[in-house]
Design a protein around this ligand. Sequence first.
Ligand SMILES: [Zn+2]
Length: 139
Amino acid sequence: MTAAAQSGSAGFPVRQGERGWTGAEIGGLREQLLIDAAEQRAEIARTESDIADRYGDAVSEAGDDQADVGAKAYEREYELALGYRARELLAQTERALARIDEGTFGSCESCGEPIGKARLQAFPRAVLCVACKQREERR
Ligand SMILES: [Zn+2]
């Protein structure tokens, strides 16, 4: 295992025909995930403060006409949805980071097969292999 350690092999699974992960590649992905997590946290904070700024005084705007209230409610729904989406992304990002730290990164959470290096380099947050992902989407 000395040679593997020296070449920086990180020991995470790859699909047949793919080159093993190097420590540098995993390090790069981890860094990217940390940057993503920071951006997603900022996005969540921004959405929340937007909602608070804009709708915090909703009660005092009793003079608004119905259409206006409706538009505002719709807008609020939309921003809340953005917030949920950002939160979901952040949860996925944090999960990927935890998987790197735990050493389970790279295996499909459903079938246990390697997710594939190419797929993970494109989608570091992926926790399912392509086959399982497609099966899940078909449900
Ligand atoms: Zn799978």
